[in-house]
Design a protein around this ligand. Sequence first.
Ligand code: DCP
Length: 583
Amino acid sequence: MEDGGSGKVVVLVDMDCFYVQVEKRLHPELKDKPCAIVQYNKWQGGSIIAVDYEARKYGVKRSLKGKEAKEKCPGIHLVQVPEKRRKADLSNYRKASGEVMKVLSGFTSVIERASIDEAFLDLTEPVKDYINSNSFDSLEFHADLKSTHVAGCNDDDDTHKDDCDLRISRGDWFKSSCSSDERVLIVAAILVQRIRETILNEVGFTCSAGISHNKMLAKLAAGMHKPNQQTILPQSQVDVVFSTTLLKKVRHLGGKLGEQVQDKLKIECVGQLQEYSLKVLQEKFGLKTGSWLYELCRGICHEKISNRIITKSIGCGKNFPGPSKLKTAKAVKYWLEQLSRELVERLEEDMTENTRQAQSITVHFLPEGQASSVARTFALPSYNTSLIVNNSWNAINKGHKPVTNEESHLTWTTGILNIHLSAGKFVQCGKGHMKSLLQLMSSDQECSFVSASSSHSSIITGKEVTQMTLCKEEREDAVLTTTPTITEQDQSLETSSMNITKFFTPIKRKGSLETQLDRNAKRREVVLEEIKGTLESDDDTIIDNQFEAVLCSECGEEVLKFVLEEHMDYHFALSLDKDSQIN
Ligand code: DCP
């Protein structure tokens, strides 16, 4: 069964209470003490964003206020997120995340960094190598794999099972597991145990892991036993597991789509979806979502591991809620200055580490009273704070008309609630010969691209997002594409030489860029609603909120954050195209 039990081995590694572990490493005196991380604000001791497992025993959880946590667990140590330039400074957590990713990359070349503390690994090849060079004895493994659970099976020493419990024990599963798909998962568990031990020894953090045949099952399994444990979810146990798994626990069903499925079908668990035919699911949820649900409830998921360990974009932002909203030019410029400095600092570090340079900046801002933020993109010829401040200011000023027009006293009747700067479109380059995108666009010279930033279509419509995620074979419909020589396997770790003009050149459609933009706009309108429902994120980590819609100030359309970078590239290419015609 393709991607169900296909011999493919997919693992999700998820760090345990990540920020707390990072702080405890920095402050060893906190070891073994209940601890939580607070994003400080004056009200009730700030909001908790991470809690260790000791404090969880007392009922402390994320979203409580520091004061409430103290009431529940008087011995708790509350550590504040460090601050720099009057905003949260996450650099320690990012560095620690980089250390973990480095360890992981020693075990396989196919890794997708899924969030600050999670990564998907494709261990298919390492498992094959292991099987080829070692004898296989599942009983021997069984004894070794003490921190390994098998989803849907009772643990060997499970004292909670009652007489009606028909599930087999973990030990019996190991004894009877003789199919090749089950064997590869057992071998994978051995490797994952080693990976986790190496992370602990080299970086000092514990983590948990899910081991299965695809991303959806691996993610689900990883959350089943934490902290410092791992869970195998074999295809043969999917029906047992799904019979009690709530819809919202499954990747992409944690949001609106999950609610819709629950409401329309009056079901609670994923397994209940199996009662509906493909036709019925397609009638109720549309062709793609229907097929996706039909496969998902049978444990099938075609989502690729995108092979990326460095981020596609680097961003920083700040919320200005309630009375702190920004209403004057002075305030906006002050914060643009702070954000730009932080961004430049991080971009410079990134340049040293990854020898790449960002070529564009997107500024997002959320005017009060608007449901979606507004976004604009501009070129970034060099890492220059003033340039970023000025261009961002122009973008905001253009998109949010002031009450008075005297530059120094600009005020708005409605304030700005959030500003976010995001640098992207990275170009791989050796130090000393960086070229700006504009220079490259106007020359025929070849340039090297980090394929992480050029891994798929330059502009991707909502429909194409579904295609990328759910239905690979239909991706042929892409409107613009990166160089056809970049294969998915090449992405991110290798570079590819290509001409920048080709990067933005439509290969499938004829007609002007404007005509294509119109066509894309129409297509997006049709599919946006469906996509928003389909790809609702169930993950609330700070960097995973990619399924929100943002208003593009260039064409006035709503675009998912997930594809914003590509969308902005398109406008950017359009403006450069116009410029080159004028010149
Ligand atoms: N985080 C955050 N704000 C959120 C959620 C998470 O700042 N709303 C940060 C703090 C977490 C880190 O991201 O330590 C990773 O988030 P996880 O959801 O993976 O949670 P933890 O790693 O803290 O705990 P667990 O062991 O349950 O995975």
